[in-house]
Design a binder for this molecule. Structure first.
Ligand SMILES: [Zn+2]
Length: 321
């Protein structure tokens, strides 16, 4: 049976019909008005109606960028959308107005992780950790074949594990969170810092950003590194080390079979993953006496949220199917 996955971000809502094999059969999108939750409910219902004209489905999974309650019905808090204790599943079901469809909510990083676990590089693994490294650092943990949601739904917020006491301030209100070192934002912050010193080493990076150090973006760093620029290579190496060293600490807790890295940084490939693997190996407790979990790139791209949310919704309705 097909299922629908909905990926609700701060700028757009992407909606797709997904088959049993994880393939997206049809896709549509709507703009998001993050300050107006009711308009998001209506936009989802409108997109679902469009897809229902051609496809049959009974399960709808909503991937939401926020803290989702353990019963998968409410978004308790979202940093970029005005959801506060918001009964999203109920509201969307009411907007759709069909008795025969069941709606569940998942955290977006969990949904993406589930897609990689079911259909991506971890499909033969029994456990994995996914790190989605874009502007921030999102996490998903799958242990013994099940998503780890935690007692209240707050598990796997890996970006907010503290790695540096009194380190850089974080949007969560604390300091030194892993996200402040292992993310695209951290990469850009460090690149701008190096460029603002106007050292000879930063000349290549500044040129790629059109001569303005303040205009440097992540892809400029990747581009510079790909051309062999020393600073670019060093910045990506540093980011990789933060990823790998943090993963080694996670292995002390979770001992997963593999790490899957998604998000924008994947574009830099082994320029980041290589240093990440080295740092992982050298920081891993009992290294040399245990299997080294592979650190691999995600394969589902931007569709992971849709595919994972649909698969989790189907699983909730038809366990084992
Ligand atoms: Zn934080």
């Amino acid at each position: 049976m097909h299922a629908v996955g909905v990926d609700i971000g701060g700028t757009k809502i992407a909606v797709g019909v997904v088959g049993d094999d994880g393939q997206i059969l049809a896709k549509t999108r709507r703009p998001t008005h993050p300050e107006d939750p009711a308009s998001i409910d209506a936009a989802i219902a409108d997109a679902v109606a469009e897809l229902a004209a051609e496809y049959e489905f009974r399960s709808i999974g909503l991937a939401a960028a926020g803290f989702v309650s353990a019963d998968r019905e409410r978004v308790l808090f979202a940093p970029n959308i005005a959801w506060r204790e918001y009964p999203l599943a109920h509201k969307v079901a009411a907007a759709i107005g069909r008795d025969d469809v069941h709606v569940v909510v998942e955290n977006d990083a969990n949904a993406a992780g589930w897609a990689e676990f079911m259909y991506g590089p971890a499909k033969d693994a029994g456990s994995m950790v996914m790190l989605t490294i874009g502007t921030g650092l999102g996490g998903a943990i799958i242990s013994d074949g099940a998503l780890v949601r935690g007692s209240a739904g707050f598990a796997a917020e890996l970006g907010h594990v503290r790695v540096v006491p009194d380190g850089h301030p974080c949007g969560c209100g604390h300091r030194g969170c892993w996200e402040q070192y292992a993310s695209g934002s951290a990469l850009v912050r460090e690149a701008k810092r190096a460029a603002s010193e106007r050292s000879v080493r930063a000349a290549g990076l500044i040129r790629l950003a059109g001569g303005d150090p303040a205009a440097i973006k992540g892809p400029h760093v990747t581009e510079a590194a790909a051309e062999g620029d020393e600073l670019g290579v060093e910045l990506l190496h540093e980011l990789g080390v933060w990823i790998g060293a943090g993963a080694a600490s996670l292995s002390a807790v979770l001992d997963p079979e593999m790490y899957v890295i998604g998000g924008g940084v994947v574009a830099a490939g082994d320029m980041i993953l290589g240093p990440a693997r080295e740092a992982y190996s050298s920081h891993l407790p009992a290294s040399g006496h245990r299997p080294l979990a592979p650190i691999v790139a995600a394969s589902m791209g931007n569709d992971a949220g849709i595919v994972g949310a649909a698969a989790l919704a189907r699983e909730a309705d038809q366990p084992g199917e």
